[in-house]
Design a protein around this ligand. Sequence first.
Ligand code: AMP
Length: 284
Amino acid sequence: MKLFRNRQSLSRTCREARLCGTLGFVPTMGCLHEGHRALIRASVKTQNKTAVSIFVNPLQFGPGEDFGDYPRTLQADLELCRQEGVDYVFSPGERGFYPGGFSTRVEETDLSKGFCGARRPGHFSGVTTVVAKLLHSVDPTVLYLGQKDYQQCLVIRRMVRDLDFPVKVKILPTVREPSGLAVSSRNRYLSESQKVRAAKIHAALKATRNASRRYPARWNADSARKMTRFLAGRLAEIEGFRVQYAEIVDAETLSPFSGHAREAVALVAGFFGKTRLIDNMIMR
Ligand code: AMP
């Protein structure tokens, strides 16, 4: 496994790898866990070479968010990558990656507007900017993303399409603890009791999906509204969980659900104390 600190040498190596076969890429902010491992495994299994980036991206954190406190565990991360057979790890320094005077943003202006985008101004342009830069450096054949960050997947997929990045986007299912809690680097901020209660977010989503199956095969806007109320009711029962948003919307456009044989997704975000958690589930 090769570790790269600067973009130029990474690019050179990735270009050579591309000449000989496929290259999978898994962008991360480190503190690697089972969710990241699933993406890495999928890539190592199916692509000739796999690159992983580990970079806590300052552009995607707002003022007062946890950029400074975000867990940084490079040695353990490198060990996980080594175990999983990763070929290249890119872990740039902040100043090397964003040179002084860096003033450009890549911004998706539709899917990124609501939900996390509305509550975290600048977050998604930070994400699309870093992913665009990373795609230029790595130039992978396949980009691996996790459904855990549902809105992020849609935003990146749209950017890739709109800006003609020659890469296939693969979205893999959310990896969960046995309790149902979605695995996340931020779970380490939770107390044991908060973790038990946080698992109820997934239970609330499942209960909503089960209840939604009682509706006739064709959903309409009204059934989506009713199910959103049902979900809100379930989430309100979770002690200490402050809901930021909980909505069932069109799974492709994130607009209010209109029916017509479209898929619906339930999106949830909220806080235990200062720790922000998100989760989601496709409803049908
Ligand atoms: P992050 O390090 O949080 O920026 O995440 C890097 C990638 O891992 C993103 O594509 C995430 O969606 C994905 N990811 C994070 N947690 C999970 C999880 N529990 N299951 C699947 N993918 C995940």
